[in-house]
Structures are given as C-alpha cells and as structure tokens.
Design a protein around this ligand. Sequence first.
Ligand code: HEC
Ligand SMILES: [Cu+2]
Length: 482
Amino acid sequence: MKRPHFLLWFSIAAMLFLTSCMDKEEKVYDNPADIPVFREMNAELTSPPFVPRPAGKRKAKKLIVKMEILEKEGELTDGVRYMYWTFGGTVPGSFIRTREGDEVEFHLQNHPNNKLPHNIDLHAVTGPGGGAESSFVAPGHEKVFSFKTINPGLYVYHCATAPVGMHIANGMYGLILVEPEGGLPEVDREYYIMQGDFYTKGANGERGLQPFDMQKAVDEKADYVVFNGKVGALTGDNAITAKVGETIRLFVGNGGPGLVSSFHVIGEIFDRVHVEGGNLINENVQTTLIPAGGAAMIEFRVDVPGTFILVDHSIFRAFNKGALGMLKVEGEKDKKIYSGEIRDDIYLPEGPGIQSMPTTDEIVASEVPAKSFEEQMEFGKQAYMQTCFACHQAEGQGVPNAFPPLAKSDYLNADVDRAIGIVLHGKTGEITVNGNKYNSVMTRQMLSSDEIANVLTYVYNSWENSKKVVTKAMVEKVKNSK
Ligand code: HEC
Ligand SMILES: [Cu+2]
C-alpha cells in the first residue's frame, strides 16, 4: 500500500510550497503604492478615548470607511451648551485605523438634518486637498472617494469647508492612524485624546447655548481649551485607567484651530514619543509639543499607582480653561520609585535652636485681633487673597471639576462647623457642591483661629452667602472637639 503514502507526502509538499509563495507576498515593497490589497473589510470606527483593534500583521485590504457628519448640541462644561459639528457624533471624530498599503474607500455622509455642506481633508492622503476636493457633500448626500495609505504615521483629519477655521472650531477634526508594515509594538492599553480650542460669545462659564465667536477665534483668544471636546471629558469617572506595570500608548492629536499644545502628564515621563506622529522617536520626554493640525504617539509604562494629570502645560489653559484630564493607575506602591511623604518637618530659615512648631497661642500672640465686623471683613479678605484665592478664585467661583465654588455654595452655607473643620484640617473625598461633584484634595490651611474666623466671615458675607459671622470661639470649639 504505497500509493496513499505518496499522495500524503505529495499534498504536504504542495502545501509547503504554496505557503512559501504566500510568505513571499509579505515582502517589503520599495514603493508602498505597489502593496497589493487582499479582499475588502469594513473599518471599525471608535469614539474617543477608545481606538479600534490594531491592524498588526493583517494584510493590506480595501478598507471601507463610513463616516457620518452630525451637527448636534452638546455640553462644553456644566450649564454651557454648544452646537458641535462632528465626524461620527463625537469631538474629536471617530478614530480610523489603517495599515500601510490599505486602499481606503471613504464614504462621507452628510446627515439630512444637518444645515451645512462639509468635506474632509485627511492629512494621511496624498492628493489635492487631502480628499477635500472630492468629498464636498451637501446635507442628505454621500460622497465616495478612495486613497492608498502610503506613509505610515498618525494623522489629523478635519473639515476644510469655508470658513475652514469655523468648521474646525466647532469640532470637525479627528485622527487617522496608518500602521507600518507588521504593525506597532504591542502595548497593554491604547487611548485617543485630542485637544481643541473653543470660542464662545459669552465668557468662560457663562451659561446657556453659546454661539461661536468669530472675532475671538481670529484673535486666538480661546474661552475653552479642552481634551476630547468638553471640560471634564477625561476627569473623574471619565478618566482613562491602567494598572501598575502596564504599557500605555496615547494617540494624541491637536485639532486647534488656533493653539499649539504643550502636552504633559504630571508625574510621568514619556518613555518613547513618535515625534509629530512620524517615524522619529524621542526617548525620556517630559513635554511634547503638538502643533495645531498635528499629532504624537506617546508610549510609557506606569510604574506606580495614583492619579496622573494630563495637561497642556501652557498652564492657565489646564486650570482655567479646561485642558485637564486624568489617568488613574491602580496597583501596588513601589517605594523604590516613589516614597510618598516621609515626614513633615518644621523648616525655620533661622537655623537650629528654634525647632519647635509654633503653638496656636504663639501665632495668636503675634497678631492683632479684629476689633469690629468691618475689620474682620478686611483681614478676612487679605487672608482669602493670600491663601484661598489660588484655588477658589477671586469671586469664589471655583474652577469647574477641580475646585468647588465658595460663592453661593449650598455646601458651605449648610454647616458652619463643617466649614471651620475643612479650613482647620483640610478635606478629601467626594462632596457635592451646588449639584456638582468634586473629588479632590484641599490641604490643611496653616491659619490661626483668628484668621480662620476672619476668612470665613469674609466668605460668608460675600457672593450671596448666608452672612454668618464666625468668631474665634467658634473656631476653638471645633478645634477642641477633634
Ligand atoms: C490648594 C487649593 C485650595 C486652597 C488653597 C483652599 N481650598 Fe478649599 N477646597 C479645595 C478643594 C479641592 C476642595 C474640595 C475638597 C474635596 O473634594 O473633598 C475644597 C473645599 C472647600 C470647602 C467646602 C466646599 C465648598 O465649596 O463649600 C470650603 C468651605 C473651603 N474649601 C474653604 C476654603 C477656604 C476658606 C480657604 C482659604 C483659607 C480654602 N478653602 C483654600 C481646594 C483649596
Ligand atoms: Cu464642516
């Protein structure tokens, strides 16, 4: 019975021959335009902060992208509404993930309920207008064009319909990734973040539906600078997450329209940055510059637990205009890398000899107590402007998602002893002030009982608060009750 054996060996040989031929198809092409495509597939599109599965080692394909333009109202920050124009219903628009050599068949669909024509300029496209010329589409229509991805990298796409700046300012931007042959190195987690600047008729925080302000945009005077389309898109429950020991890749873009981003993560160093989204890799980077209409791929391993704050390090944008996000890392502490607070020693510039903490009595003895309500208000205001102001702001308005308001604060007005306790001992943990949740840290304020009485009297008698008068005795009572 030799024949079956022969057949078996013959078919194994034939299979080996065929697979070696298929392997040859994987060869690297000098000209990526020559990479052949195998079959077609529908692109997976995702909303921020998520990205589609990697292309990795898959073959180049005819990739069908169906992108729907939606003009829809959303919230820029608490109580502030904005009419966003979007690619796929989100700002930034849906993430598109391709590989080098893909032939992308792009369907741009303008929803019939929209008011305006739009188009798309993808920086990954080699061709007039990056596709804008072929994709100009009226409401209720779909335009189709196709392009070959011949340069790997991370690219911005945006609307390029006149007035271009206005279409971008209203949220019409997103990212398209072209993976190199063989894919990007594997990481544990990937996220999609895009900065943008917003210009509203009203000032920052002014409530209601805010129209776009052309003049402010021309002057580049942004009222809001945000990640992922709104203040707080990446804070609190919306924070991105990871576990100690994991590797992370952030696909970070900047839609502008006006401002560049000094992208930084407080407490983390970027192990590798694909500078400007291209092939150049920089290592051990603190802050990477992301131009308007540009992007970067940022990779790092998280080694210690904690909340890491993502900011535009043009820092007023972070703390006053919204460019602040959070990466929450869970896991075991590593004291070798970060000790945490070890001690809180007394520092006296006069040198050794007077090494004891001044007692409250000593502090009190060194200052003149207020003799009237007016003096309490005056001293209180001074103390406020020296200590509380940095966080709670000049008019007690606070900073959305970071520092609660003291102006018209229901939380403050509900309980004087609790407010005294907060200034005495500091405060952490979730609280709700005027319907908004805060979960942050207020450090203990080093003030004497007199000063606390004054500053709280000032706060209670300002900004439509309940006009309580706080006395030194009241402060002492709370102090001794603990
Ligand atoms: C370093 C920033 C910072 C400073 C300085 C600061 N606070 Fe706060 N404060 C906070 C934060 C953050 C919270 C919320 C804490 C939480 O989430 O648990 C808070 C909460 C409060 C609250 C309760 C919530 C509310 O809005 O009614 C009061 C009252 C308060 N602070 C008063 C003061 C006063 C008075 C001073 C100055 C003597 C002061 N704070 C200084 C950050 C600060
Ligand atoms: Cu548009």
